[in-house]
Design a protein around this ligand. Sequence first.
Ligand code: PLP
Length: 348
Amino acid sequence: SNFNEFTPPKFPDLSTVKARLVWNENPYGPSSKASAAFQQAVTEGNHYSWGSLGKLVKKIAQKEGVETKNIMMGPGSSDLLEKTAMVYFRDGGNVISGDPCYMSLVHVAKASGGDWKPIKLTKDFQHDLDAMEAAIDSNTKLIYITNPNNPTATLTDTKKLYDFCDRVSDKVPIFIDEAYIELSAGGLKSSMAPLVAKGKNIFVARTFSKIYGMAGLRIGYMLGNEKSLEAINQITRGGMGITGPTIAAANASLDDVSFIEDCKSKITSAKKFTYKLLDDKGIKYLPSETNFILFPIEMDGDEFLDKIYEYKVVVRAFKFWDQNWCRVSMGTQEEMEYFAAAINKILV
Ligand code: PLP
């Protein structure tokens, strides 16, 4: 596959954009409580934030049903994906992951000296767990699973994944990237976090960038086995890179349950609107368990982007499995209407 999440997309002038549907952001965030807490905390900016970080970690431990020693914080989940990759692959080895999947951990694994063993998703765009297990060899250091997956927006069957992780993590550690899990139909019921509580060698990464609408504030966390987290922390400390105001905003966000529910319901409406648009055009999109939708386009990706940019709408294009695809993030209703107008002109 030539799939590469890092291919630099070219953009029109972002300040003139009418529909920003390219980074899977949440157009409704941060919650007003989070913004207020952020601003309040700026006045304490002379202090390191270990105290408030400790409180946040306790709150996360309660929410996830794990102990505080099972949590590592970072400025976004990218930080944790990349740190894990640097520590695991500095002496080589290989990482097994779905293809296509989110490439941040894989790129850093390769840059650190590791190899990538891509495993094509199944026909229904789930992770091919049997093929992943069969691909394990004596050099395999980690299995990375984005669930729900990016860019396909698909969720792998929860029971199958749970059984796979429960069994296979005795052979090789497994990293589950759950950046979009709150947006899946079952929400946290599909999370693999209970396996961390069970003591398995599993990492589960979460972020405040998506459902919490805090992509620009940079905070995320990873749950994991105490020994594995210690090994990473020895080389590169988690938590040091997060600012006090962001910690305060995350704390306030976790308490603002109604904000999260409201975001999820608005994002669900945007998905329904987009499904109808694509259904009317006879385009077979992938049903989404995230805040974005992937659909095939019968046009070169760059050509499609040039066309849609003329309407001041920004999205992503991908190519994999000899097919061009458009990935559109769910924006506000107004943004989705700009998107629909552009699609109705371009894909006639
Ligand atoms: N993981 C997945 C699957 C993503 O799609 C993203 C961002 O788009 C990230 C991780 C990184 O998010 P952040 O570093 O903002 O937490």
